[in-house]
Design a binder for this molecule. Structure first.
Ligand SMILES: Nc1ncnc2c1ncn2[C@@H]1O[C@H](COP(=O)(O)OP(=O)(O)O)[C@@H](O)[C@H]1O
Ligand SMILES: [Mg+2]
Length: 207
């Protein structure tokens, strides 16, 4: 159910850098657009990776709004025509990420399937629970071979947390698309990365 604002607010958080927060934020926003839903990205990461992606992009949509976490409630009022808002956050458990959790309808926690990444999940999930929200972990950059995803699912299940049914594979398309300011659904519409992102967005729509 939509929260205080008339839109779905998806915050993407993880303590670990490189987990895929920005990749997921920008690709879901592009996927929403392809479905005819207006999506906005709000970038509260001082590293401004999503904002830089927006600068490389030769298109007006989806807009990327660079903001400070303390301004989120006001910024959300300004973008209230958007059907979907994706909030990209810095790699931290902090007041900044808590601000994104607090305003979220849905909290996505991307994680790579490697044990060093999974080890940091607890701290991120604790933050989400402190914000009285539930998280869904999105397994990202899962290697094509090996037991990665299955082992990771077992570790995540031990945290009593929902796992998104779609994992994102380790696919060069995510990197190539980012370089060009595109989503993978634009860069390679029939590729596996595009299929995964569309699946992930379809699942979000069911929540
Ligand atoms: N599924 C994936 N397959 C291949 N490369 C990926 C994937 N997800 C992210 N990357 C790459 O990994 C790096 C870190 O991803 P990013 O989204 O910036 O993580 P975060 O925002 O959590 O720090 C980027 O270079 C990005 O292109
Ligand atoms: Mg990032």
């Amino acid at each position: 159910m939509p929260g205080e604002y008339n839109m779905r607010i998806v915050s993407i958080v993880s303590q670990k850098g490189g987990a895929g927060k920005t990749t997921i934020a920008v690709n879901l926003a592009v996927a929403a657009l392809a479905c005819g839903a207006k999506g906005t990205i709000i970038d509260i990461d001082p590293q401004a990776t999503a904002s830089n992606w927006g600068d490389r992009r030769q298109a007006e949509f989806p807009p990327v709004v660079s903001a400070q976490a303390a301004r989120l409630p006001q910024i959300l009022k300004q973008v209230d025509k958007a059907a979907w808002v994706f909030i990209d956050t810095p790699p931290a458990v902090s007041n900044t990420t808590m601000a994104a959790v607090k305003v979220a309808d849905i909290v996505l926690v991307p994680s790579r399937a490697a044990i060093f990444d999974l080890d940091t999940l607890g701290a991120t999930l604790d933050l989400v629970r402190m914000g009285q929200k539930e998280a869904a972990v999105v397994l990202n950059a899962v290697p094509h071979q090996g037991p990665g995803a299955e082992e990771a699912r077992a570790v995540i299940a031990a945290h009593n947390t929902c796992i998104a049914p779609t994992c994102l594979g380790n696919r060069a398309a995510f990197q190539h698309a980012a370089t060009m300011g595109l989503g993978v659904t634009e860069y390679e519409p029939n590729g596996k990365a595009a299929l995964e992102i569309r699946d992930l967005f379809n699942w979000l729509q069911t929540l």
